[in-house]
Design a protein. Sequence first.
Length: 301
Amino acid sequence: MLEGKVALVTGAGGGIGRDFALAMAAAGAKVVVNDLGTSVKGEGADKGPAQKVVEEIKAKGGEAAASTDSVAEWQSASRIVELALDHFKNLDIVVNNAGILRDRFFFNMSIEEWRAVIDVHLNGSFYVARAAAPHFKAQQSGCYVHMTSTSGLVGNLGQANYSAAKLGIVGLSKSIALDMAKYHVRSNCIAPFAWSRMIGSIPTETDDQKERVAKLKSLETAKIAPLAVFLASDRSKDVTGQIFAVRANEIFLMSQNRPIRSVHRAEGWTPETVAAHAIPALRAHFYPLDRSQDVFSWDPL
């Protein structure tokens, strides 16, 4: 499905990103495997993970090149795109998958923990996507696949930085889809459910946390890749601006914000009439403080 295309996958040294890179190579794409080689918290650097995935692809007869630049800075993110264009003379697919975690309850979260996660997930997705945009625009084609999360779409405890970044990516993807539609460039999001080293950092101190992690351990990262390959292919030429979730063998189309209920008063509102009329009329449609596991409450299929 991807014969003759060039794909760039960030955070592809392990987990979901590695499976994306391998699956896209198996589908015929030449792949730039980008991974800084940091810890889950974004510490350190190691060229090994990206190069190992490149060697796996080459061992199966594919073509790949390693990139160890960071997505979190404009200059280094630009070099990732430049490597694809220099090495393979083309670029058709950008998968924004790189990420780190610095989980902590909001009231204890440091400025550095906030900034580090926003820089990698949200700023990194923008930088890489923006660096590829002139090329996509010039060739009148291209595809973005961004990784979001139900932590942002629904909610989770202790992840204000990650949740904000992942919901920001949804807005970024929709804006890209709108702004670049006339150039035949698509942009979609995937919220994955899978066991990876990032998910492995979730605390397991309470029975609720232990139960959640036990369920996640059964979810394979490779289950996410088929949807990503489809979205990267020409078969998805009419699919853009959407949010999908994948959990084992389930694929979900996620809702997007739309009005669900309204009230009005011809004479306008006062704080008192808001309290007496508007809120009672709207309250039945309020969303509860759900977390991801509350919404996806049944066992994976």
